[in-house]
Ligand binder design. Structure first.
Ligand SMILES: *[C@@H]1O[C@H](CO)[C@@H](O)[C@H](O)[C@H]1NC(C)=O
Ligand SMILES: *[C@@H]1O[C@H](CO)[C@@H](O)[C@H](O)[C@H]1NC(C)=O
Ligand SMILES: *[C@@H]1O[C@H](CO)[C@@H](O)[C@H](O)[C@H]1NC(C)=O
Length: 388
């Protein structure tokens, strides 16, 4: 009896140490282990739309898709988008658009992004301004329907082959949820608002983004990968229209400074909001990815990275009296011309004046996938571990 008090205590201490050591090891192991996502669910605009808006309205016109798919493949590019490189990197197939009823396979995820999508609902018609009728909140509704209905049909199907195009219900909680949206909220603001009004609107735009992330968390999303918005002021479709700019209007790389400032302010607020969400949503792993820096780094150093100057557009004709958009016909100097593509898309950054070429997307994806521009700085394959 006399000895027991003396022996129990050290044993407990030892146990405690063992516990602490194994905890520490678990933590190290847990961030270094691969997440093996069974699926990707993506939300956003044309930067990551793999065919949603094309399915809803008109097919993408040739020569889109010429480099990789050798046919128009619903993407506003000559080939793959960043989301395609993400899927490939994680060993998953390209994402089928939720809205596409032909040839789709949702076993490893779905894409809810639509070209022209915004965070906030815009009171505009797709036919007039190209704003998507499927803003972020509607994409989340689509996801909710998708999750419920696919679980229902999965449980109904008795034959394995009938299930082969549906995700397993248990995979939703282990999936990667990716977001790339906000650029069109800025574009809409540039059309309709003063700078003061835009500055006043930014907190609401970012809050509405956060509201949808919370909604996705409630629906079971845990690994969330959020791209910030790119340097919208560098898009050649806008910069070629600038004639005789006042001093300071363009930066040293020919980008519209005020527009990039708006994008950077959006990103600052988004990053702060992600930090708040991380504290609020326990068990979630939310990564903020600085795609802006990747894109701006490429644009500002195009030659060094093997590209022609960033103001060049591969497909379509811009900077004359009328825009002739990629794959369309238009009038230039009184005669009809076709907005075809350049000989070497692999050396050009901008595909159509607004969207990037496959070569540029690949370059950007290479840079962001390893986590070097992420907060926290984990590679995408390990971005499922909660960071507290
Ligand atoms: C759209 O219109 C409604 C009603 O007129 C208004 O409350 C809302 O603020 C508008 N939204 C935007 C983004 O302009
Ligand atoms: C249109 O006319 C201008 C001025 O004459 C000329 O510089 C330009 O090359 C012409 N563009 C095309 C596409 O023919
Ligand atoms: C990430 O990849 C980029 C581009 O390949 C490279 O420059 C950078 O050093 C890499 N960073 C890390 C942390 O691996």
């Amino acid at each position: 009896m006399e000895f027991s008090g003396g022996t129990v205590f050290p044993v407990m201490l030892l146990l405690l140490c063992a516990l602490l050591i194994s905890e520490g090891q678990n933590m190290a192991d847990s961030t270094s282990s691969s997440c093996d996502y069974p699926a990707i669910y993506n939300f956003g605009d044309s930067n990551s739309d793999t065919g949603g808006i094309a399915a809803a309205f008109f097919p993408m016109a040739a020569p889109c898709g010429e480099t990789y798919f050798h046919r128009p493949a619903g993407r506003a590019s000559d080939g793959r988008l960043i989301i395609d490189f993400i899927a490939d990197h994680l060993g998953l197939p390209f994402l089928s658009p939720y809205l596409d009823s032909v040839g789709s396979n949702f076993q490893h995820g779905a894409n809810f992004a639509t070209g022209g999508a915004t965070i906030r609902r815009q009171n505009e018609s797709w036919f007039e301004t190209g704003v998507s009728p499927f803003p972020l909140d509607i994409q989340v509704e689509h996801y909710t329907q998708f999750k419920e209905r696919s679980a229902y049909f999965y449980s109904q199907d008795k034959v394995a082959s009938d299930k082969s195009r549906l995700p397993k219900p248990e995979d939703f909680s282990k999936a990667l949820y990716t977001f790339d949206v906000g650029q069109n909220d800025l574009a809409a603001a540039f059309r309709k608002m003063s700078w003061e009004e835009l500055r006043a609107a930014l907190p609401d735009i970012v809050n509405q983004f956060a509201k949808q992330i919370r909604g996705m968390y409630e629906r079971g999303a845990r690994a969330v990968w959020i791209h910030n918005t790119g340097p919208i002021g560098c898009l050649p479709a806008s910069t070629v229209k600038v004639k005789n700019p006042p001093p300071g209007y363009l930066d040293e790389h020919g980008c519209i400074k005020s527009q990039n400032d708006a994008a950077m302010e959006f990103n600052t607020q988004l990053k702060e909001t992600v930090v708040q969400l991380r504290a609020e949503l326990s068990g979630a792993a939310i990564t903020y990815v600085d795609v802006y820096s990747a894109k701006y780094g490429l644009i500002s150093n195009a030659k060094k990275h093997g590209f022609e100057e960033a103001s060049k557009v591969c497909c379509g004709i811009h900077g004359l009296e009328n825009d002739v958009w990629c794959g369309n016909k238009g009038i230039v100097n009184g005669s009809e011309v076709y907005g075809g593509s350049c000989a070497e898309p692999g050396g050009i950054i901008s595909w159509d004046g607004v969207h990037y070429t496959e070569a540029a997307n690949k370059w950007i994806a290479n840079l962001v996938l390893n986590g070097s521009l992420s907060d926290p700085p984990l590679p995408i394959a390990r971005a499922c571990h909660p960071q507290i």
